[in-house]
Design a binder for this molecule. Structure first.
Ligand SMILES: *[C@@H]1O[C@H](CO)[C@@H](O)[C@H](O)[C@H]1NC(C)=O
Ligand SMILES: *[C@@H]1O[C@H](CO)[C@@H](O)[C@H](O)[C@H]1NC(C)=O
Ligand SMILES: *[C@@H]1O[C@H](CO)[C@@H](O)[C@H](O)[C@H]1NC(C)=O
Length: 187
């Protein structure tokens, strides 16, 4: 029984490490946080996130979670906002990717009259409206992928610890039983 639990934990942990293996963000000059790109993540992960049906649910959740709505409260001035260390979800979902070049007016408003040089479709998808923002952008999906990646890592590390502890219990129990058997056969 314990053996099956150990095996299950091991398989899950290995899977978690494979799924979350790569994609670690791109540094942008002048920003203190990283930007994330969808193509950096494993293809299985991408398929789940880029599935319109799945994304609709996740997006509703993101809009409700008010991460973006709280940005102007957290960063009152443009200067504070530019110095901010945004989370992957904030960086991907609440603002257009920097390659679009839209000038920021404040934490919730970008000047979209600027004509973006980048062909990135995210530049067309971004709107200042609170319910649209960049929630449909690939950058937002990548932000969510990055968030999940760190969450999964925590679970995976927890699993490794659990695996070691359970293995120890298993072997101690096993040796104790063998010793007991040997002792009783001697008598
Ligand atoms: C992620 O992994 C895929 C294949 O497993 C690889 O093609 C891609 O270059 C990797 N990306 C990064 C950023 O390492
Ligand atoms: C996501 O899906 C759309 C079609 O629904 C496709 O055009 C796009 O290339 C996909 N993006 C990635 C990164 O797989
Ligand atoms: C941000 O700027 C826009 C346009 O100037 C303005 O309408 C909006 O009220 C500002 N938002 C905040 C939170 O200051």
């Amino acid at each position: 029984m314990l053996c099956f639990i150990l095996l299950g934990i091991l398989v899950f942990t290995v899977l978690a490490f494979i799924v979350t293996n790569n994609g670690s963000g791109h540094s942008v000059a002048g920003l203190r946080y990283k930007e994330y790109q969808l193509r950096d993540y494993s293809s299985w992960f991408l398929k789940q996130l880029n599935n319109t049906h799945n994304w609709k649910h996740l997006k509703n959740c993101l809009v409700k979670s008010k991460d973006c709505k709280n940005l102007p409260k957290k960063y009152k001035t443009l200067k504070e906002y530019k110095m901010a260390e945004l989370t992957p979800i904030e960086a991907g979902c609440c603002r257009p990717p920097s390659e679009c070049g839209y000038p920021a007016i404040n934490a919730s408003y970008y000047d979209l009259s600027f004509h973006p040089i980048s062909p990135n479709n995210d530049c067309k998808l971004y709107k200042n409206s609170g319910t649209i923002k960049c929630y449909n952008c690939d950058s937002c999906k990548a932000g969510v992928a990055q968030y999940m990646k760190t969450e999964w890592r925590v679970v995976a590390i927890f699993n490794v610890v659990l695996f070691v502890v359970l293995s120890m219990i298993y072997f101690v129990g096993c040796c104790a039983r063998r010793n007991a058997a040997r002792n009783s056969s001697k008598v």
